[in-house]
Ligand binder design. Structure first.
Ligand code: SAH
Length: 254
């Protein structure tokens, strides 16, 4: 396991007792899946990259004849995923790998689908879709949710925030061009709804703040982490008309 800082330990602890570590929903995962034309009878091979505790992994396992390799940096998240999958009777369909999504070890053209919700930003969108393409069969699909500008014009505060946090944030049309330039054909696109942020991600997170702070005896670092998350929630509420996660579904054409 990598050498982890106290801050990373705290981030993992804040996010582990949760069904998801980013905005999303069962409906969004199924909507993205709906854009794919999958063979009915053969077992599809899927990689779920930056899976977290596996909200979407479980949904995919429930709806497909498949085997899923779920990859994340943090073993605590993978343990929860495995526990939940076993409990629901999908253990056989899912295996986990503790590794970085920019150091994957799949075979060339091994995968039918590469899935990644709210995680590709960690290695950069264009870098990710380029690296991952090797592992995908020709005609195979990627489904990626990625922070995206909803509007061409933005207030300065939110523009500057995202320039600092993730300068690769862009409009959907520019992201789609990047996909096309790199040998993918778009099959579908949509924005996550407000519920996928508030009800499914921020509200459950807020409900964990108090017990988290207690577990860490209100340490300065734990309080700073909660304050940072509260600020993120505030910013989302203030500027939700300008950015969301876009869900991109595309096919490897060459
Ligand atoms: N897909 C999940 C989790 C999204 S949060 C969901 O939508 O709920 C982003 C996830 O990416 C976290 O679980 C984090 O641990 C993981 N992650 C961040 N950097 C990573 C890296 N370099 N390699 C693998 N996983 C990474």
């Amino acid at each position: 396991m990598m050498n982890r800082t106290k801050e990373i330990e705290l981030i993992v602890d804040l996010h582990r007792n949760s069904e998801r570590q980013g905005p999303g929903s069962i409906e969004d995962t199924l909507k993205a899946l709906g854009f794919m034309n999958l063979p009915l009878h053969h077992n599809v091979r899927i990689a779920d990259l930056g899976c977290g505790t596996g909200g979407q992994t479980i949904t995919l396992a429930q709806h497909l004849n498949c085997h899923i390799v779920a990859v994340d940096l943090f073993p605590e998240f993978l343990d929860e995923l495995n526990e939940r999958a076993d409990l629901l009777g999908f253990g056989e369909k899912i295996s986990t790998q503790e590794k970085s999504i920019d150091a994957l070890t799949f075979e060339k053209e091994e995968l039918d689908i590469i899935w990644s919700e709210g995680a590709i930003y960690n290695i950069g969108f264009e870098n990710g879709i380029r690296q991952w393409k090797d592992y995908l069969k020709i005609g195979g699909y990627i489904a990626i949710s990625e922070i995206t500008w909803i509007s061409e014009a933005r207030p300065k505060e939110i523009e500057e925030y995202w320039e600092r946090e993730y300068p690769e944030i862009d409009t959907a049309s520019n992201k789609i061009q990047i996909l096309e330039k790199n040998g993918y054909t778009l099959c579908g696109y949509f924005f996550l709804s407000e519920n996928s942020w508030i009800e499914n991600y921020y509200e459950p997170m807020k409900a964990r703040f108090e017990s988290f702070l207690e577990r860490h005896n209100q340490s300065a670092l734990s309080r700073k982490l909660v304050d940072d998350h509260r600020a993120e929630i505030h910013l989302y509420q203030k500027y939700k008309d300008y950015f969301s996660y876009g869900f991109y579904i595309a096919r490897k054409s060459r």
